[in-house]
Design a binder for this molecule. Structure first.
Ligand code: SAH
Ligand code: SF4
Length: 372
């Protein structure tokens, strides 16, 4: 949180709440904390509290997210929520209801400074970091939206690079595990490959799943698609992945957006297998979703299947990600670049720097700044 930001509802810690409820009977702390985290209630809905206290808490614990718009696709199975944050920046959350599970895809930053060329969020640049409370609240809201189904899985695959907002993201993971009651095994952090962040994650007490967005398995190609590769090349990234797997025992996965004639050739499959196989990593193939700033097309479905089979022949398990929400721009990498920055009259919050994504060094610079 920047000093100018007022803490929002889920930014407060339990000891902040103790201080806030000074003078109230002690059991109120548990009542309110559980109401917020386990039941996902607004203070106004906490009918076991005196009315005056409810009103007071509504004022003191303002929500961090204001719903701007919601769109549904896949017959209501996919719900994209667009939220306004304080200062006017916007982020999105995508709720995906499958037959056997419900997963929410959450954002960790408004925009992203990593500059991956094919990603709508990256094309917009970084506007601002999310606070812990803003991250946790996305899950709380999604859990209620999913009812009567039970929200089971959380993936940090919405807007932003989670390991470039490490402290807030990790505090959110701990809160989700300790207070909201979601097992670390059901939380996946997806990263573009910030090696120091992966190493830090490996030393944490909770073993979350790690997904690494690889997209290319030779440095020359990866440098051109994912600029941060120049800072953390493949050999270092693979070593960090191996250490993560050994330290946590969690399954590793690699994400691979399938781009026609760029990374879908037999040689790409062979290079990918040479990294994934020794790590026993699972590969998720994502048909490339169209974005305004990248003209190359995605690999056609038959090509994706052929790539998958080639990987299988090389001893690597790969799944083709179903393209949920493409029609509402809710699919991977499509999260609305247009709506990230605050409106011009919103005052606070820096506007996205349109020069960032075009500059191949942008990712490195941002990573340098944010990982210090
Ligand atoms: N910053 C993190 C997490 C958010 S991106 C990361 O990069 O891992 C979530 C996933 O969507 C990543 O695997 C990302 O590479 C992928 N992605 C980005 N743009 C895409 C696009 N246009 N089509 C398909 N997948 C895309
Ligand atoms: Fe950022 Fe991930 Fe998009 Fe790359 S793919 S620009 S790291 S959100």
């Amino acid at each position: 949180m920047t000093p100018s930001q007022t803490p929002v509802r889920y930014d407060i810690s339990r000891s902040d709440l103790v201080a806030l409820l000074d003078g109230e009977p002690r059991y109120r702390v548990d009542q309110v904390w559980e109401g917020l985290h386990q039941r996902g209630l607004d203070p106004a809905e906490m009918t076991d509290l005196p009315k005056a206290l409810r009103a007071q808490l509504e004022d003191l614990l303002a929500p961090g997210l204001a719903l701007v718009a919601e769109s549904e696709s896949d017959a209501g199975g996919t719900v994209k929520s667009l939220w306004a944050l304080s200062g006017g920046s916007r982020v999105e959350t995508v709720l995906m209801r499958y037959r056997d599970r419900v997963t929410v895809c959450i954002s960790s930053q408004a925009g992203c400074g990593m500059g991956c060329v094919f990603c709508a969020t990256g094309q917009a640049g970084l506007t601002r970091q999310l606070t812990t409370g803003e991250i946790v609240e996305q899950v709380i809201r999604a859990r209620r939206r999913a009812e009567p189904r039970r929200l089971g899985n959380i993936v940090f695959m919405g807007m932003g690079e989670p390991l470039a907002n490490y402290a807030a993201v990790w505090a959110a993971v701990e809160r989700l595990h300790d207070d909201v009651g979601i097992s670390a095994r059901r939380i996946t952090v997806s990263t573009v490959g910030l090696v120091p962040g992966i190493r830090r994650l490996a030393a944490e007490r909770l073993p979350v799943n790690l997904a690494v967005s690889l997209h290319a398995a030779n440095d020359e190609l990866r440098d051109s698609l994912v600029p941060v590769n120049r800072r953390y090349p493949l050999a270092e990234l693979a070593a960090a992945c191996r250490d993560y797997h050994e330290a946590t025992g969690r399954r590793l996965s690699f994400e691979w957006a399938m781009i026609a004639r760029v990374n879908d050739r037999p040689s790409d499959a062979a290079e990918l297998a040479s990294i994934a196989k020794p790590l026993h990593a699972h590969v998720n193939l994502i048909p490339l979703n169209p974005t305004p700033g990248y003209a190359t097309s995605g690999t056609p479905a038959a090509g994706v299947r052929a790539f998958q089979e080639r990987l299988a022949g090389l001893g690597v398990n790969a799944t083709v990600r179903d393209n949920r929400g493409t029609d509402i721009d809710a699919a991977c990498g499509q999260l609305a670049a247009r709506s990230i920055a605050p409106p011009a009259d919103a005052g606070t919050g820096a506007a996205a720097d349109p020069a960032l994504p075009a500059d191949p060094a942008a990712g490195r610079r941002s990573a340098d700044l944010l990982l210090r």
